[in-house]
Write a protein that binds this ligand. Sequence first.
Ligand SMILES: CC1=C(/C=C/C(C)=C/C=C/C(C)=C/C=O)C(C)(C)CCC1
Ligand SMILES: [Fe+2]
Length: 526
Amino acid sequence: MDIIFGRNKEEHPEPIKAEVQGQFPAWLQGTLLRNGPGMHTIGDTKYNHWFDGLALLHSFTFKNGEVYYRSKYLRSDTYNCNIEANRIVVSEFGTMAYPDPCKNIFAKAFTYLSHTIPEFTDNCLINIMKTGDDFYVTSETNFIRKINPQTLETLEKVDYSKYLAVNLATSHPHYDSAGNVLNMGTSIVEKGRTKYVIFKIPPSVPEKEKKKSCFKHLEVVCSIPSRSLLHPSYYHSFGMTENYIVFVEQPFKLDIVKMATAYFRGVNWASCLSFHKDDKTWFHFVDKKTKKEVSTKFYADALVLFHHINAYEEDGHIVFDIIAYKDNSLYDMFYLRNLVEDFEEKNKLSSRPTCKRFVVPLQYDKDAEVGSNLVRLPSTATAVKEKDGSIYCQPEILCEGIELPRINYDYNGKKYKYVFATGVQWSPVPTKIVKFNTQTKEMLHWGEDHCWPSEPVFVPSPDAKEEDDGVVLTCVVMSDPKQAPFLLILDAKTFKELGRARVDIDMHLDLHGIFIPEKGLKTEME
Ligand SMILES: CC1=C(/C=C/C(C)=C/C=C/C(C)=C/C=O)C(C)(C)CCC1
Ligand SMILES: [Fe+2]
């Protein structure tokens, strides 16, 4: 298994023509850009966790039925410092490192409770974000890096904390119909003021200010104080309906005192996260127009969530779908020591990913009796009025065993049917990709022996009328090293294979990606 998880991958910065089998639709012109960890050993040092690996970007470019592949390591400051020192000198999620004393750009970044937290990493290995015509790679710290989506070269480093009070920001932003980016971050640095900040980045800057960065025009939509000043919630994504931001304050929390002392104690950031199983999960809904939070207190039982799927409004309710767990065992499974031979047998999740639908009544009869269910939609989800006026929500279970969910993003914030996701059972590694109909609960699968597919990306066809008119792209790495990895294209309606493009290289397993239609790519001349 070391082959897939732990072994360093080579970069292939020059385009490699893939061997195409089957038919790629003529309208599919553009680039699938993906991100994930590719290097876990530097000199004699090795990262502990799969999420620590140095970011390796890769892309598949579709042009007139042909497919070209390339890959390149992100030249982050983290990458450069590590490579120069020939050892790990910058801390990541699961590995605390001690910097090179002579050359240290990762010296202390901020102090809290009179202790020091070293500057966070800019190894942005999780996702890709679009602002206007520009593309950035993202992680969960205050840094993002601009990249050239064609050559995969690394460009400027952006520090969110220069523009707003956040030390962490999600790697899963949303986009509204005007092209604004909406994202959330946490401010842990101001003593006594731990808060979550929702912010908006415009796609372009006013004409007279050309060349100035869109980050200078960033706007705070709303700040939500953390329920606990020393234990803000950890979150990997959030939801967005037409009018509201949906934020789940889960009892999987960061411990700020532990973070402030981690460096001296020689422990990693991951050990500063803990699941408080007896706490509640609080829901927050922020009206994007008024920038105010809905004042009713909505809560649910303790859960752990990484990915929101979609959220929408219906008849005075907010409906939102997430993939939830009963505990935080998922992050523990990705320690490289657990991803060894036979890990599928030995390293089982103690809680299966469950697709849950919460239905939250925003408008309800204020005179309703205590104990009554306020949900007026046909769903088994409930929202029960409590004595103190708060509302206790229990979900409808839509299905089990799916992760890395994607939708047709034209339906984000709207009532929708389809989730495209990877199929996972008790192991963290996907063996299938699935199409799930949230209304009929039907599920279609694609899977083959030795195949480990990645997060499926839906691309709508140019004349799409229905939600699933288009294709699904996924990158398949092989657990059998004798077989070459490939890009798979499925008809999104039938889930039947249209074709595959094989690239005979050692490809890395990745995390997330986006499809950039050809018209969205600036030409080299611009
Ligand atoms: C470096 C760093 C962090 C990194 C978190 C990462 C890298 C999370 C990756 C999550 C993924 C890949 C989830 C997939 O579902 C924290 C804990 C935010 C806090 C402090 C510094
Ligand atoms: Fe994610």
